[in-house]
Write a protein that binds this ligand. Structure first.
Ligand code: ADP
Ligand code: MG
Length: 483
């Protein structure tokens, strides 16, 4: 259970959350023009007449963005609408030279769907998706470049956005954080959005209300443009408490747009919320309705990659992983792919262990990411292969791994160079055992007198004498015989 009730003076309150996520479509060019949609150019370098809202300009839909929206819809198990309509959402803002944003309203390209979120306690919950629609991004006002003037950068104007609207199904900050995290993972698997929240390619509007459990939905406030998972969590915690205090103090929640102040961790009022009719939506006469063939949708569906939930099930079912390990592995696309490459022909659990403990630990210590790993997936698989076929023991493997991490060499090369092959020759092991027993006649007598615990001592001595290279199974077997 992750329902987090708030204790107020008048009893317990339930938090209700719905999220609108703006995800920038991965695309070379903008939604209705050929200008570049790539992040990071100098101001106003990527602007066409369409993006600058010149009179008489004509928008032309970018087919790739349509594919990306459909792909995302399919990845969210959502209904794809073969008929959708672009409308003008009219408002004035200096960074919006057209005086309206081309968006979708009554007929979005994607309808209802769902996402399964993974909660901190290991449980899952299904969150409904209301819709996904395509729309243009606005430009950006720059207020910090000149003491008296503001500037506008239109590079972002016309960038392709997918707005993904959830149902008000979340009941805690944890659930909302899990939703954003999972949505980002799915978008990255699909390759439809890079999910980089710090570059603004994924931004959240967080709708929060509170109510007494069982009551009707309360009035919501919308916190705009929250740009990290941690801030989503903080903003909800703060906003829900604020609303409870207002209501319990005899006040009323006004539907409004609020801003999250990342420094203080609080929200403050920005403006009262417009209703949809304030925007005077109407179908954009410059654009025909968007009509898709079912075969177009089917072709995208046939090429969807395996998504994290399916991958997790397969890792558990086919490779014997624990739900926890499988969950950690699929949480990042690169991690999952690394694992899959390493595990080819190897023991699933052993590879997962080596990846999640040894490699993970070494990377953290070296402050490196998986993509910078000096040990490749193939090399990690090679090391595990040597353990599985008894060429080296798990103990020696740790030393080999450290050497691999330091030098980038293959495990087999290191084992050869350093003569670390496990000794499975019974004659050689027998010789070591005889030496150990001869050197410890008193302990042998004690053991024979009933002190069973000493068996471990003998094993330890034999392993030590063999430099850790004796096969532990054979050592055990031979020792039992000899004693
Ligand atoms: P708008 O654009 O006016 O914000 P949308 O329909 O695009 O409206 O989005 C509304 C969002 O608010 C959805 O994510 C929805 O789940 C959420 N929501 C609606 N009612 C409530 C409520 N009472 N409490 C919290 N969230 C709500
Ligand atoms: Mg909204």
């Amino acid at each position: 259970m992750s329902n987090a009730l708030i204790k107020g003076e008048t009893g317990e309150w339930e938090i209700v959350i719905g999220l609108e996520v703006h995800a920038q479509c991965l695309s070379q060019s903008k939604l209705f023009s050929g200008a570049s949609a790539v992040f990071g150019a100098a101001p106003n370098e990527h602007v066409s007449t369409v993006d600058a809202g010149f009179p008489g300009m004509l928008p032309v839909i970018n087919g790739h963005c349509v594919s990306q929206a459909v792909k995302t819809g399919l990845g969210l198990n959502a209904k794809i609408n073969l008929h959708s309509v672009f409308e003008r959402k009219n408002y004035f803002y200096p960074d919006l030279p057209q005086g309206y944003q081309i968006s979708q309203y009554q007929h979005p390209i994607v309808g209802e769907g769902e996402i399964e979120i993974d909660l901190p306690d290991g449980s899952t919950k299904v969150i409904g998706i209301e819709r996904l629609h395509l729309e243009q991004d606005a430009g950006k006002s720059l207020h910090d470049q000149h003491p008296q003037k503001s500037f506008v950068d239109l590079n972002r104007s016309g960038n392709p956005l997918m707005e993904i609207v959830s149902k008000p199904d979340m009941r805690s900050a944890d659930e909302a954080a899990a939703y954003v995290t999972k949505l980002r993972t799915i978008l990255r698997y699909l390759g439809t959005c890079d999910g980089n929240m710090d570059e603004g390619s994924m931004r959240c509007d967080v709708n929060v209300s509170v109510r007494k459990p069982g009551d009707e939905l309360g009035t919501r406030c919308e916190i705009k443009n929250v740009n990290s998972v941690r801030f989503v969590h903080q903003a909800i915690e703060h906003e829900a408490r604020r609303q409870v205090e207002v209501i319990e103090g005899g006040g009323e929640i006004k539907q409004e747009t609020r801003l999250f102040d990342t420094k203080s961790g609080t929200t403050r009022s920005m403006r009262s919320k417009e209703d949809a009719h304030d925007y005077r939506y109407f179908p954009d006469p410059d654009l025909l309705p968007l009509v898709l063939e079912q075969s177009f949708v089917d072709a995208i569906n046939d090429n969807l990659p395996e998504l994290p939930d399916a991958k997790k099930k397969r890792f558990i079912g086919d490779l014997g992983l624990t739900p926890y390990d499988a969950g950690v592995l699929v949480a990042e696309k690169e991690r999952a792919y690394f694992y899959e490459f390493a595990v080819k022909g190897r023991d699933g659990k052993l590879v997962a262990n080596w990846l999640l403990t040894e490699l993970w630990g070494a990377l953290n210590k070296a402050e490196k990411t998986l993509s910078e790993s000096p040990v490749s997936a193939e090399q990690l698989g090679g090391l595990v292969g040597l353990i599985s076929d008894n060429t080296i023991s798990g103990r020696i493997a740790k030393d080999v791994f450290a050497e691999m991490f330091a030098t980038g060499k293959d495990a087999a090369v290191i084992v050869d160079e350093k003569g670390l092959k496990q000794v499975t020759d019974t004659g050689a092991i027998e010789k070591v055992i005889d030496e150990v027993l001869a050197a410890n006649p008193d302990k042998v007598a004690e053991y024979k007198g009933g002190k069973d615990k000493l068996f471990g001592f003998f094993v330890g001595q034999v392993m030590k004498q063999s430099g850790g290279k004796a096969n532990p199974g054979i050592v055990n077997e031979l020792l039992k015989k000899k004693l």
